[in-house]
Design a protein around this ligand. Structure first.
Ligand code: PMP
Length: 296
């Protein structure tokens, strides 16, 4: 029988089938917690510092005191990967408010819970990335910045789940959310870029999108490759008439979009900018300087 993966919960390791938390944890009862999705490629955890920093920023925003220092958290992530003898993995780091009573008051939760899952993830398997995916603008607006905004990477993902359901029942691969003013925001778990006349545009954080780590990497790679990249409001019209559209995200990586609400994007297959950035991205994730080595 294959050995089960071990999951870190509050300093101890449990086989996947026994890795459980309390039904009184406010992470479950109220979505009260924060998380990160991180990838390791070939022995290097890509942008681990940036992910840990963002986790602590999210926690700060919801006044959740993480019971580990950033250094201890980093070591816990690396140790979990080592225990599972993993070099290439998808890491899910979750900090919940912890066990409380049945009221939502976080003061009733004395001890936040830290969970580290190291496993794999497969989004857009097979030829999807070579061919491009289909997407639709969903009726579900991105939560405004004075609401459960995605600027905080919290356990509240119902907004994205609703948008994804809409894509599913309409037979398209992905959903795109607008902000409350009607500007393009992001995908359900990805940032979005359009390319027009060789220039990259991506929505600003005032649309309530998460400040994506992959998006930052892509902006850097684009500039290095000689393309202009700007954060600016994007209308649905600009989206429909873009030369190229693509998603970026840790789990998704770079995913070209070939169709939005049945409007073909460009010539209906991944464009030259997306292809170039995908190639550059696959190189940079293997660079030990861009992350933290697991086995050193
Ligand atoms: N937006 C949302 C809502 C997300 O959940 C994610 C993925 N975690 C992203 C964007 C992409 O962010 P990153 O590149 O940091 O993974």
């Amino acid at each position: 029988m294959e050995k089960e993966l071990l999951v870190y919960i509050d300093g101890k390791y449990y086989p996947k089938s026994q890795a459980k938390t309390s039904v009184y944890d406010h992470g479950l009862l109220y979505g009260d917690g924060v998380f990160e999705g991180i990838r390791a490629y070939n022995g290097v955890v890509f942008k681990l510092k940036e992910h840990i920093d963002r986790l602590y920023r999210s926690a700060h925003a919801i006044m959740l005191q993480i019971p580990l220092t950033k250094e201890e958290m980093t070591q816990a992530v690396l140790e979990t990967l080592r225990k599972n003898k993993l070099s290439t993995a998808y890491i899910r780091l979750v900090v919940t408010r912890g066990v409380g009573d049945l009221g939502l008051d976080p003061r009733k939760c004395p001890k936040p819970s830290v969970i580290i899952i190291t496993d794999t993830i497969s989004l857009h398997a097979g030829e999807a990335k070579e061919k491009g995916v289909t997407a639709m603008i969903s009726w579900v607006r991105r939560n405004p910045v004075d609401s459960t905004t995605h600027e905080i990477k919290s356990l509240n993902y119902l907004n994205s789940v609703l948008a994804k359901i809409e894509a599913n029942i309409n037979g398209v691969d992905e959903a795109i959310c607008l902000d409350k003013n009607g500007f393009v925001a992001e995908g359900v778990g990805e940032n979005l870029f359009i390319v027009k006349n060789g220039k990259l545009l991506t929505p600003p954080s005032c649309t309530g999108t998460l400040a994506g780590i992959t998006a930052q990497v892509v902006i850097k790679l684009a500039k290095k490759s000689g393309y202009d990249a700007t954060e600016t409001n994007i209308t649905p019209f600009q989206l429909f008439t873009a030369d190229e559209v693509f998603f970026t995200g840790t789990a998704a990586e770079i995913v070209p979009i070939r169709e939005v609400n049945k409007r073909q994007i460009g010539n209906g297959s991944p464009g030259p900018v997306a292809k170039r950035l995908m190639a550059e991205f696959h190189k940079i994730v293997l660079d030990p300087k861009e992350g933290v080595p697991i086995y050193s």
